[in-house]
Design a protein. Structure first.
Length: 311
């Protein structure tokens, strides 16, 4: 049974005339009559009394009319709700980022900007546990509209986004700072560069993370070779920070995660500016993404950055 047969029947019940009902349904009368006949064959009962003028419904037709009206109304309401859901989904911008950037830059800068321009950002929280290439694949496979990440020339896997298909905005700056737990005098327990006899316990990042290649690249270019002994590795800076704060060793942590911690005196800088590592914060998109909301958001953000310099 087709839905349009129910609509045909309702039109016929209202007009009590095959020709006028056919006009309402924008079909020829022969086609309309055939569809009513098919409906009766499907129901295995006569629904229309064709011997009366105007036409009338049989007792079975009266019962069927109530169900037909209910069914078509439910389908219409359901279709409207589905369209509303579709519009809502299309209006949202899917977003992925690391746990570190979600807890710092997204919450402090990007989310307030989205609220100021009335844009709904759909954050994929699963991305907080991804490795570096997962973010690239999400953007390439169109599973996300925007990707916020650290950028440094040493992060090789980001080079896949260097072709003309992708675009980015530099939305902020960051610095990785070498941190150690502080002693009772507020000085770092561990201080770079360390010595061969007493290498510094190092809380690092996994090879396939964003920050591991950045730190390695920077350390290899120092005049003084740092003496580090890797104690453990993590994906997220929050985990590195927690271990460093407890006194297990030295680690490089984004400055945005250290504002309160440094002021409380529980941790201290473990090296001078030579050991500080500058980073960019980049927001990437696929240029060929056809979302109007994404395009409008991108342009508004670009205009804001052009005028203010950063979020």
């Amino acid at each position: 049974m087709e839905i349009r047969w129910l609509e045909d029947f309702i039109a016929l019940a209202k007009t009590r005339h095959f020709s006028r009902a056919a006009d309402e349904q924008n079909v020829t009368q022969p086609t309309f009559s055939r569809r009513i006949k098919l409906l009766e064959e499907e129901m295995k009962v006569t629904l229309i009394d064709r011997n009366t003028l105007p036409l009338s419904l049989t007792p079975a037709g009266e019962v069927f009319l109530q169900s037909a009206e209910l069914i078509t109304r439910q389908i219409r309401d359901t279709k409207e709700k589905c369209q509303e859901i579709k519009k809502l989904e299309e209006s949202r911008i899917s977003f992925v980022t690391t746990q570190t950037l979600f807890l710092s830059f997204y919450k402090d800068a990007l989310e307030p900007f989205c609220q100021s321009i009335d844009v709904s950002m759909d954050v994929n929280m699963k991305s907080s546990s991804w490795i570096g290439v997962d973010f690239i694949n999400s953007l390439k496979d169109k599973q996300s509209d925007l990707m916020l990440c650290f950028w440094h020339p040493a992060i090789d896997f980001l080079r896949e986004l260097d072709d003309n298909q992708y675009d980015y905005l530099v939305v902020g700056r960051e610095a990785l700072l070498p941190i150690s737990a502080a002693d009772v005098e507020g000085e770092a327990r561990f201080e770079l560069p360390g010595s061969r006899k007493r290498p510094l316990p190092y809380i690092g990042y996994y090879d396939n993370s964003f920050l591991h290649p950045v730190i390695q690249h920077h350390l290899q270019r120092q005049r003084e070779v740092p003496q580090l002994e890797t104690l453990t590795e993590n994906y997220n800076s929050v985990s590195v920070k927690a271990l460093v704060k407890e006194g297990y060793g030295i680690g490089w942590i984004p400055a945005s995660l250290l504002e309160d911690t440094l002021s409380y005196g529980k941790v201290a800088l473990a090296g001078d500016e030579n050991w500080h590592i500058p980073l960019e914060l980049r927001l990437y998109r696929d240029k060929h993404n056809q979302s109007n909301n994404l395009h409008q958001f991108w342009q508004q953000l670009k205009d804001y950055l052009d005028s203010k310099g950063r979020l």
